[in-house]
Design a protein around this ligand. Structure first.
Ligand SMILES: Nc1ncnc2c1ncn2[C@@H]1O[C@H](COP(=O)(O)OP(=O)(O)OP(=O)(O)O)[C@@H](O)[C@H]1O
Ligand SMILES: [Mg+2]
Length: 226
């Protein structure tokens, strides 16, 4: 694989938390490359380090040691302000608990990242409607999160992650609060979007049954990638 196809490059990533003066090693030297335009799956048991690693890749957290390059940029060299700007432009997030804003309807939740990046009003409407269409929710655009099912809420969250066309979408156990069938539908939806677009996905789960057919599997065990 040529280097230009790499979107995330992790070199010797360590993360140690301090808990009551005791060191908790969560990541123990992760070195790996993640390629563009794939549906990457991080699979590992509870406590293996999935969230810690995704938060570091998402520039929400910083490693204790090691370096990380995203889209060719060494993000460990960026200031806090530069890091939030980088995150806003290049990375979309989908969370286990959906994290939608309860007082905003589906349309407004999806529009929100465009307000943060100061996208002109004239462009916003088309982008929001396109993202809602991709997840099959145009008919539900005026509903509040509590008027939607869990699967529909997660679709809104996927549209929100995609609306600014990020290079990278990170989804940390987005199916954990959904039943098996709805979880599978959400994965298939993300895989379909990945296959038809320019976005790289990183998806994490502890459930092997959900992802047996994925080509880009990373097994995480006890803070290392096998
Ligand atoms: N803020 C924190 N302070 C101290 N230890 C932490 C903190 N966050 C995570 N850990 C520890 O780091 C390790 C990895 O945790 P992490 O949350 O990354 O695992 P995970 O694979 O996401 O688990 P799960 O499937 O339950 O979400 C665990 O041993 C956990 O207890
Ligand atoms: Mg986790």
């Amino acid at each position: 694989m040529p280097e230009s196809e790499i979107i995330v490059r992790l070199k010797d990533i360590h993360k140690t938390y301090m808990l009551d003066k005791v060191e908790v090693p969560a990541l123990k030297g992760i070195t790996t490359d993640i390629y563009k335009k794939r549906f990457n799956v991080f699979i590992g048991q509870s406590g293996s380090g999935k969230t810690t690693l995704l938060n570091i890749i998402g520039c929400i957290d910083t490693p204790s040691r090691g370096s990380i390059e995203i889209c060719g940029q060494d993000v460990t060299a960026l200031s806090d302000d530069e890091l939030s700007d980088f995150r806003a432009r290049h990375i979309g997030f989908v969370f286990q608990t959906f994290n939608l804003m309860p007082v905003l309807c589906a349309y407004e939740n999806v529009e929100y990242p465009l307000l943060l990046t100061k996208t002109p009003a004239s462009e916003r409407r088309d982008k929001v409607l396109l993202a809602l269409e991709k997840v099959g929710l145009l008919d539900h655009k005026d509903k509040l999160p509590n008027e939607l099912s869990g699967g529909q809420r997660q679709r809104v969250a996927i549209a929100r992650a995609l609306v600014k066309k990020p290079a990278l979408v990170l989804a940390d156990e987005p199916t954990a609060n959904l039943d098996h069938k709805t979880g599978k539908e959400i994965i298939e939806l993300m895989q379909g979007i990945q296959a038809s677009g320019e976005t790289t996905f990183i998806f994490s789960t502890h459930d092997r049954n959900l992802v047996y057919n994925s080509e880009d599997l990373f097994m995480i065990m006890d803070g290392t990638i096998l």
